[in-house]
Design a protein around this ligand. Structure first.
Ligand SMILES: [Zn+2]
Length: 265
């Protein structure tokens, strides 16, 4: 939504916004100045984003969310699996140029085929997902995608988009809504507010992830069978990763096209 906000008068924000109509109207009620003030270009993607939460606030919220997550879900104690997760994780974050920030990789003992990341670099990987990661390239597909959410600043953007719709938002977003921050980090269940990543963010994380995989020396072509396997499910209900990460067929087609375009196929 920020693409032209720097130069555009307030009236033109209507044309350039990617927010839906309802959000936009509420957002404008908070003042176009907020929108303009919060725009930042992400050096990783070149995309201009609405960011109304600063890095230290995000780190603080991540720590709190991580602590709650770890209290609620038992860890999966498997030393070999832990070593493998960390080895692949390190390779991916180094390839993403983020080896100098702190990362934590934790296996959770749950059947869910799911993984998540917090903006502070905390990565949760569920046993159910680990168990279908036959090859490291599959794990790298997931971890590349999750790291892409961090470098893409998606949680901050998700928070900011939602905050812009809240009439209680203080001028220039200096006051952080902590419940909203928790929801933006994926703790929606606790606060009764679910904020999934947008399709645009999911697609961006996929592409960033493929780039990191490639830079790390993994076989990016393995992303295709991995997502096919995720899509085939195998249970009566779809894997949770898919319910929060929609459109398996479109995703595979997009990834395949990107790999071909890059000459990596
Ligand atoms: Zn995702």
């Amino acid at each position: 939504m920020c693409d032209h906000a720097h130069a555009a008068p307030a009236a033109q924000l209507v044309d350039v916004s990617k927010m839906d109509r309802r959000d936009l109207l509420r957002g404008l009620a908070t003042g176009a100045l907020v929108l303009v003030a919060g725009c930042a270009t992400n050096p990783e993607t070149g995309r201009s984003q609405l960011i109304l939460i600063d890095e230290s606030q995000l780190q603080q919220a991540s720590l709190q969310a991580w602590s709650e997550m770890r209290q609620q879900t038992p860890q999966w104690r498997n030393a070999a699996a832990q070593r493998r997760l960390e080895a692949v994780g390190r390779r991916v974050v180094n390839a993403a140029g983020r080896g100098n920030q702190s990362w934590e990789f934790v296996l959770f003992d749950s059947d869910q085929k799911n993984a998540f990341v917090l903006p502070g670099g905390q990565v949760g990987f569920y046993r159910g997902l680990y168990e279908i990661c036959d090859v490291d390239d599959y794990m790298a597909t997931v971890l590349g995608h999750e790291v892409g959410h961090v470098t893409g600043r998606h949680a901050a953007e998700r928070y900011s988009r939602e905050a812009a719709t809240q009439t209680a938002l203080q001028v220039a977003g200096t006051q952080i809504n902590s419940q909203l921050a928790m929801a933006a980090l994926g703790l929606g269940a606790q606060v009764g507010l679910s904020l999934p990543f947008s399709r645009e963010q999911e697609a961006e994380a996929d592409i960033l992830g493929i780039n990191y995989m490639h830079a790390a020396g993994y076989d990016v072509r393995q992303a295709i069978p991995f997502w096919q396997r995720m899509g085939s499910g195998g249970g009566s209900r779809p894997p949770e990763f898919l319910s929060t990460h929609p459109d398996p067929d479109n995703r595979i087609a997009r990834i395949r096209a990107y790999i071909t375009q890059q000459g990596w196929g």
